[in-house]
Unconditional design. Structure first.
Length: 500
């Protein structure tokens, strides 16, 4: 993945700073509660939601199992329809391909559809280094770009901003990028949207190159699909002469019938709509209609390595709906920036460490950015068991072990700072495999329970600083079970004798 967020602290430190910001917490609380309440109502309208969820899971799993075949089918279909397919093993290669394609047109600016893949590879920064300016056209992405900020949510990148902040950004920054904000701009949503529309319209009409991602790629026809709510995507996909789409290899669905499932679950899980206002589909090029040149850049960038992990690969089912973020108590309080990745929230906590590896301090901390409450799994429309993957990745961080990196099987070393945890787990493993020692330890703990402290010392102090230390029972469960079973048995025999 891109090094866009290099320099950020590990999640605990970043989250601590975010939690101390009352404005940020207020913005997040209002937005996430509003979105998830609307989503709950939209999902409740569908009587077969559980069946759709299971169908989405099965389609994604089937596609991932046969991804090699479907990738070839996509390449053949796109090429037959007049497009050109490029393969990018990592972010650097994808950026080189896109920059080279733009330079070939002779243009120095592009308009962009909201795309997580291009954020992941740091495309805007790479194009800027080549003298090419990229203009974000999604309203929230525009706010982030004008504010020299970073996205903090998959669906609503500027969720951490309120209307007053957005008004101030438009007033001070729009003129530097193009048409300035209207005089006397207020913070009413209608005026802010109109200011963005006027600012972007000249870019839509002038740009010769468009850059997009895709929500789905239909393998049987090579059709790309983008769903959005504002219409900016439709402008970027149809007006430029050249269209370049950067798409992760996991975005493939085999058939149009499969696509039908996701066009029902994605809008309800993301924007709480029955269907997206704009669903754009294109297949290659067509004379006199839309761009005359189409390039598809299929991006790996760690996805093949993730696919090799039998537990972690389920993260590749993700359809980027953001439902898991809106129900996560950790995200609601810490916000998206604390995750140090373009993929925040629960899905980012399992996807980023797999795409980037767990060598850095921030990636090693992400699997711990969760309470394991399971709300993310319940909300996920493709049934990604995020808590299961989080625990799996925690084991990798603490213990190290076999993994696939760069297509090669390697043995990862344990991350730094987990020696005490490893020692505790090894001690627990030894105790649980030696029943006599476990029984003796339990009895000793019960008999000395009056001497136990109410808080833990050292590293455990942080845990007991917000929780009560569970009291040790007066006797171990095994002793209680044996004693009460004997009493029941003796009582039963006495009763039988008395009856006789």
């Amino acid at each position: 993945m891109s090094a866009t967020f290099v320099g950020m602290p590990a999640f605990p430190a970043a989250a601590r700073a975010a939690v101390a910001d009352p404005t940020l917490r207020g913005n997040l609380r209002h937005a996430t509660h509003t979105i998830r309440d609307k989503r709950a109502r939209a999902v409740a309208e569908v009587s077969d939601w559980a069946a759709l969820r299971e169908a989405g899971r099965q389609i994604k799993d089937h596609t991932l199992r046969h991804l090699d075949r479907y990738l070839v089918q996509v390449e053949e279909a796109v090429t037959a329809a007049g497009g050109t397919v490029h393969w990018a093993v990592d972010a650097a290669e994808a950026n080189r391909i896109v920059a080279g394609l733009v330079r070939e047109t002779g243009e120095t600016e592009v308009v962009k559809v909201k795309s997580m893949a291009t954020q992941e590879i740091g495309l805007n920064e790479a194009l800027e280094a080549e003298g090419i300016r990229a203009y974000e056209t999604d309203l929230a992405e525009l706010i982030v770009q004008l504010g020299r900020d970073r996205p903090s949510h998959i669906l609503v990148p500027a969720i951490h901003r309120n209307r007053g902040e957005i008004r101030d950004i438009f007033r001070s920054e729009m003129g530097r990028w193009g048409r300035p904000a209207p005089e006397g701009l207020t913070d009413t949503p209608a005026e802010l949207a109109e200011a963005a529309r006027l600012h972007l319209r000249e870019k839509f009409l002038r740009a010769k190159v468009g850059v997009s991602g895709a929500n789905f790629v239909v393998a049987e026809t090579g059709t790309l699909v983008v769903v959005e709510s504002e219409g900016n995507g439709r402008m970027c996909l149809t007006l430029p002469e050249t269209l370049i789409s950067v798409v992760g290899i996991e975005k493939i669905v085999p058939t149009w019938q499969d696509l039908e499932v996701f066009l029902q679950t994605l809008p309800r899980s993301s924007t709480a709509e029955r269907m997206n206002p704009y669903t754009s589909m294109w297949t290659g090029t067509t004379d006199g209609d839309g761009p005359s040149a189409f390039h598809l850049v299929l991006l790996d960038n760690g996805r093949t390595d993730t696919l090799a992990d039998e537990v972690g690969r389920q993260a590749l089912r993700c359809i980027r709906c953001s439902a898991c973020l809106n129900v996560c108590p950790v995200y609601e309080r810490a916000g998206g920036h604390a995750y140090g990745s373009v993929y925040p929230g629960p899905i980012g906590a399992i996807l980023s460490p797999q795409l980037r590896g767990t060598a850095s301090e921030i990636d090693a901390s992400l699997p711990y950015a969760s309470s394991l409450c399971g709300a993310c799994y319940e909300a996920c429309p493709v049934a990604i068991d995020i808590p299961e993957v989080l625990v799996h990745l925690r084991e990798r961080v603490v213990q190290g072990g076999a993994a696939t990196r760069g297509g090669n099987r390697v043995v990862l070393r344990p991350a730094k700072g987990h020696a005490a945890e490893r020692a505790a787990m090894r001690a627990a493993r030894w105790a649980f495999t030696h029943p006599g020692a476990l029984r003796g330890g339990q009895r000793l703990a019960s008999r000395t329970r009056r001497l136990h402290p109410r808080t833990l010392p050292g590293p455990g102090r942080a845990w007991t600083g917000t929780r009560d230390l569970p009291p040790v029972p007066a006797e171990p469960f095994r002793d209680w079970w044996q004693r009460t079973r004997r009493e029941r048995t003796r009582g039963g025999n006495d009763g039988e004798g008395a009856a006789k």
